[in-house]
Design a protein. Structure first.
Length: 206
């Protein structure tokens, strides 16, 4: 199981590195530019690479949780998050100004599913009182709150009120969801790593 966890952490780290590199290379405004639009930059190939790495990390950590006897709903939600992340990367969004295509629709709804299921998994893990339960609960609540804010522009536009990303910090809010959900995933894995055993009489290092 330790091998699965280490593999999961490595995948998350690789995905994070690819995502940070993409942001550095693109030079776009992260406050207002959503992550999906980075696919249209020269280094846009890093986006599906990053999301696929996150999906692999979720799969490995979900399997480790399953083997440890974790709640099957938690395992299922993490697996759904991983599949959704893979679909987000495999089906790019539409370029700004174009009508919604099949690829864009899959991208959009897979992203929504991913954004929704990870906080739910986190709340279930926190209720089970795993290690770092307090942090997992906090990150899950922040992710759910940010998700509601992500949906606001889409809901407003449905009522005919124009609201562009330049008028709303959509990029910042979306990144808040992604970062907090990756935090939940990482803590879910870390909770299964046993702390080092201290011999009787050995000093405790701060």
């Amino acid at each position: 199981m330790r091998g699965l966890l280490l593999g999961g952490f490595a995948a998350i780290g690789a995905g994070t590195g690819a995502m940070l590199t993409l942001h550095t290379e693109a030079g776009l405004d992260p406050m207002h530019t959503v992550i999906s639009e980075y696919a249209f930059q020269a280094a846009g190939w890093l986006l599906p690479l990053s999301l696929t790495s996150f999906a692999a990390g979720a799969a490995l950590i979900a399997e480790a949780l399953r083997r440890s006897g974790a709640d099957r709903w938690v395992v299922a939600l993490l697996a759904v998050w991983g599949v959704s992340m893979f679909l987000v990367g495999a089906f790019p969004t539409d370029a700004p100004g174009l009508p919604l295509s099949i690829s864009g629709g899959i991208h959009r709804y897979a992203a929504f599913v991913a954004f929704l299921v990870m906080p739910l998994a986190g709340l279930l893990l926190a209720r089970a009182r795993i290690r770092y339960a307090g942090w997992v609960r906090t990150l899950s609540v922040v992710a759910l709150t940010a998700l509601v804010m992500v949906v606001i522009p889409y809901a407003v536009r449905m009522f005919g009120v124009p609201l562009t990303n330049e008028e709303f910090p959509a990029g910042l809010i979306q990144r808040t969801v992604v970062v907090t959900e990756l935090g939940v995933l990482a803590l879910a894995g870390l909770s299964m790593l046993r702390p080092p055993v201290r011999r009787a009489g050995a000093p405790v290092l701060a």
